[in-house]
Structures are given as C-alpha cells and as structure tokens.
Write a protein that binds this ligand. Sequence first.
Ligand SMILES: CC(=O)N[C@H]1[C@@H](OP(=O)(O)OP(=O)(O)OC[C@H]2O[C@@H](n3ccc(=O)[nH]c3=O)[C@H](O)[C@@H]2O)O[C@H](CO)[C@@H](O)[C@@H]1O[C@H](C)C(=O)N[C@@H](C)C(=O)N[C@H](CCC(=O)N[C@@H](CCC[C@@H](N)C(=O)O)C(=O)O)C(=O)O
Ligand SMILES: Nc1ncnc2c1ncn2[C@@H]1O[C@H](COP(=O)(O)OP(=O)(O)OP(=O)(O)O)[C@@H](O)[C@H]1O
Ligand SMILES: C[C@@H](N)C(=O)N[C@H](C)C(=O)O
Length: 452
Amino acid sequence: MIFEAQELSTLFSDFRGAARDRIPINEIMTDTRKESSQSLFVPIIGESFDAHQFLAEAIKKGAVASLWQKDRELPAMIPTDFPVFLVEDTTKGLQELATYYLNKISPIVVGVTGSNGKTTTKDMVASVLSTHFKTHKTQGNFNNHIGLPLTILNMNQDTEALVLEMGMDKAGEISVLSNLAHPDHAIITNIGESHIENLGSRKAIAAAKLEITDGLKQNGRLIIDGDEPLLFNVKKQRSTISCGFDENNAYPIVVEELSDDESVFSVTGHTYKLPMAGRHNVKNASYVIALAEQLGLTKEEVQKGFLQLEMSGMRFEKVEGLNHSLIINDAYNASPTSMRAVIEVVAQLTSKSKKVLILGDMFELGEQSEELHESVAEAIDENIHALFTIGDHSEKISKAVSQHKPTIQTSHFKDKKALCHHVRPMLTSETVVLIKASRGMKLEELLEELTE
Ligand SMILES: CC(=O)N[C@H]1[C@@H](OP(=O)(O)OP(=O)(O)OC[C@H]2O[C@@H](n3ccc(=O)[nH]c3=O)[C@H](O)[C@@H]2O)O[C@H](CO)[C@@H](O)[C@@H]1O[C@H](C)C(=O)N[C@@H](C)C(=O)N[C@H](CCC(=O)N[C@@H](CCC[C@@H](N)C(=O)O)C(=O)O)C(=O)O
Ligand SMILES: Nc1ncnc2c1ncn2[C@@H]1O[C@H](COP(=O)(O)OP(=O)(O)OP(=O)(O)O)[C@@H](O)[C@H]1O
Ligand SMILES: C[C@@H](N)C(=O)N[C@H](C)C(=O)O
C-alpha cells in the first residue's frame, strides 16, 4: 500500500464520495489497458487520448478512487460513494502525489541527467547503492514529468535510496523534475547534442542540464564530467565534484586496461573492474565512485555493485547473431557523441576481425543535422570493414566514409529488409555488427533477420 484514500483528502480538499474512508491504495493507474489492483486512477490528458473518458474502464480494472480534472464532467453512472479528488490539472496532481509520497518515505535521492549515459549511469548507481541501501530506480526510460512521479509512487515504503533519471528535450524541464524530487546529490553525465534542435546549442544544453541544481538539497553535491569545457565554470564551485580523464579533476581516472568485456581503471589510487567496455562507461563509473564516497560506501561495496550490474536493454546489448556472429544492439537512441563513443569501442574489439556498422538517422539535430551526421565519419577508421546506413540523413555518413576511406565497404539503404538481405551473408563467427540509431528508427527490428 502506498497510502489510504483518507490521506488524499488532506492533500486534495475538494472531493466527493467516501474520500475520507481508510481505503487502501496500492498503486497508481494511468493506463486502463493494463491490469491493476486497488489503484488510484489518474486520468492524464495526452496527445492521443483524454483518459477522463476511461473512468468506467478504470473501475473495472481495479481503480478504487480517482483524481479528476475540475473542467471535465464526471460521468453520472459513477457510484456516489466512489472517491473522487477534484484537481485543476491531473498531471500536476500526479506530481503533488509524488511529492507527498516522497516526503513520507524520505529516501536519499540521487538525480541523474546528461545528454548520453543517463540510463547507464542510473543503473550503475542503483547497483552500487543496492549493496548498502534498499534501493529503487527509474524503470526503462521513465524520466519525464510523468515518468519521474510514477517512479516515485512506485517505490516500496521501506526504500532507503531512490535513483531518478531526469530527461529533457526543452529548457525548463529538468528544473521541474529537480524541484519535484529535491535530490540529495546530482550527476551530469555529459553534454552532447541530444535534442539540440530544441535547445539551439550545446551551451544551451549545458544550461538545461545544470537546472538539476535548482532543487538540489542544501549541502547536496553536483557530480560532473570535469573534462567538459562547458561545465568549467560550475567545476570551480565548492559543492561540485569533477570526474574525468584530466588529471586535474577531483576524481581523475587512470585507465589500466580496456578489453571487449571489461574495463580496469583506477580513481584516486584505487583500482576497479567494470564488466563493460568503453571509456565512456569508465567515466560513467567514476561518477558512481564519487557519489558512493559521499554516501559512505566502502570501495569494496562499489566494486561489488559494479560486478552485479544489470543494464537496461539496447545499450551495447550483445546478442548472438547468425553463424555465431556477434550483434551489438545499441539501438535505444543515438546522437553524434554517443554514436562516436560506441564506434570507438567496436573498432577496438579484439574478439572479432570483421567489424560492420549499421547506423541509422539521428533525430532532433536541427539545422546542424547534415554536419553532425557527417562528423560521425571521423570516428570510422580502417579497423571497420563495412558501413551500412539506413534512413534519410545517415547517408551523409556513408558518403563521407566512401569519399575519405575507400577501403571501407559502404552502402546506403532505405529499407530494413534490403539491408538485412545484404548483411546476412556477411555473418560469420568472425563478424561483429553494431546497430545504432535514434529511438524513432526502431533498428532493433533488424535483429529478427540477423539472429536465429
Ligand atoms: C501519458 C502517457 O503515459 N502516455 C503513454 C501512452 O500514450 P498513448 O498515446 O496511448 O496515450 P496518451 O498519452 O495520448 O493518453 C493519455 C493517457 O490515456 C491513457 N489511456 C489511453 C488509452 C486507453 O485505452 N486507456 C488509457 O488509460 C494513457 O495511458 C495515457 O496515460 O502509451 C504510450 C505507449 O505505451 C506511451 O509511450 C505514452 O507515454 C508517454 C510518451 C510518456 O510521456 N510516458 C512517460 C511515463 C515516460 O516517461 N515515457 C518514457 C519516455 C520519456 C521521454 O521521452 N523522455 C525524453 C526526455 C523528456 C522529453 C519530455 N519533453 C517529454 O515530454 O517526454 C528522453 O529523451 O528520454 C518512456 O515511455 O520510455
Ligand atoms: N558518458 C557517455 N558519453 C558519451 N556517450 C555515452 C555515455 N554513456 C553512454 N553513452 C552512449 O549513449 C548510449 C545510450 O546510453 P544511455 O541509454 O545510458 O543514455 P541516455 O542518456 O539514457 O540516453 P537517452 O536520453 O537517449 O535515453 C550508450 O549505448 C552509449 O553508446
Ligand atoms: C526517447 C525520446 N525522448 C527521444 O529521444 N526520441 C528521439 C528523438 C527519437 O525518436 O529517436
């Protein structure tokens, strides 16, 4: 149970029905298409539906009370004793509920934002903190003004640490999330180009990410990518902790060994093993090390947390392909920085000799889209055997590569089936294929044709 209807009557003073009864509410329902039990229905007005139309269905599906937006007519057929709490805006009501519940449980709160690496770092933080605290974390990519409150309302009553991914694609959005969650500590993973179409520049993206301090608790620490020039000003502030490969960072990283499945590195003289490849993941891990120290965890707990890491899917997710080839599904999303980062990892892999890249469009890059797509070609060197692009914009990458690096086989496709038909014969035990593009491309659909 998260609360009783009676508690909500103190939060929302305008109500009808048995709102003052001690009716247990176990969960929040925002989608009547999903099963629920003993839930509070919160009808969200979205782009395709106004959920107020589904109240009867919600009751059938297990709702025992509901928020209701005052400017919507309440259906007459609803039982007179059914508790309804009237609010100006149901999304804001959801957020108020989350704040109320957060204050009731009062866990340590860690906020994670950044252009790339939010989900990865959130998963790392949760894995490490779970060695010391009862920990709850954002599920999937529930990182916006609806997903974050739902994450809070989904935590168990005995939660001691809450790890919240905070996403944005417009200025002001992180500020709302930070002022809702009031993190004890906050992490900015990097400043890339994601959603630059809306923000206009990387400088504006940095400013938007720094909104995470708007709600940061007194004495809270901001942990940042100390190698990022756009964050150098905030790096000087006492409450900021800088991590990165530059030796002048508070937590300087020394890479000892990078292999296909493991990264060995040291931070402030202690060596860690991370069961992931890529310098970018080493940097993500350094944020977790700095945070863990703030929270009093031992280095052994940190190392244990790294070793028991459970990553979210479609982030460098390794899948066996046809003929014992290796498919790397990094298809959740893409921006130039993240695409370059993961291409570097694939180029360095030693377990496979034939390296094939399948790269799709990157969205929301605005006027800089062509130039930013072309810039990815700079990260593609002779370690790569073939590059296949798909979509409307990624052809800029294959054209740039075919022009400057003619030894690399390149082709562009408009159609997933045709692409797979071309790639399948290349799949042998020596082949690794990287799949990466923006979420809207849904390149994970290629896996059907490239795996058993
Ligand atoms: C509101 C909601 O949850 N909608 C989800 C719903 O969409 P659908 O189109 O079906 O419904 P509507 O939104 O139009 O309907 C309103 C409500 O009606 C409910 N409903 C509908 C039909 C029905 O028969 N019964 C019903 O009860 C419905 O459930 C709605 O509550 O389903 C879709 C498919 O599952 C979901 O995709 C959709 O989710 C929306 C997009 C959403 O915002 N969900 C959040 C919980 C969330 O966190 N989603 C994340 C993605 C977040 C994200 O994109 N983050 C960005 C950064 C932030 C950008 C910010 N500006 C923003 O607005 O998001 C990033 O880059 O990471 C996720 O799904 O992973
Ligand atoms: N610190 C980093 N710097 C650059 N790229 C990174 C970093 N961390 C992860 N990446 C790349 O970004 C991809 C997406 O990682 P992840 O999903 O954790 O980021 P995210 O910020 O949650 O992304 P999104 O906002 O699209 O949900 C990874 O597969 C990897 O290619
Ligand atoms: C996940 C969503 N917020 C997102 O980043 N969408 C990009 C632009 C996409 O659709 O690829």
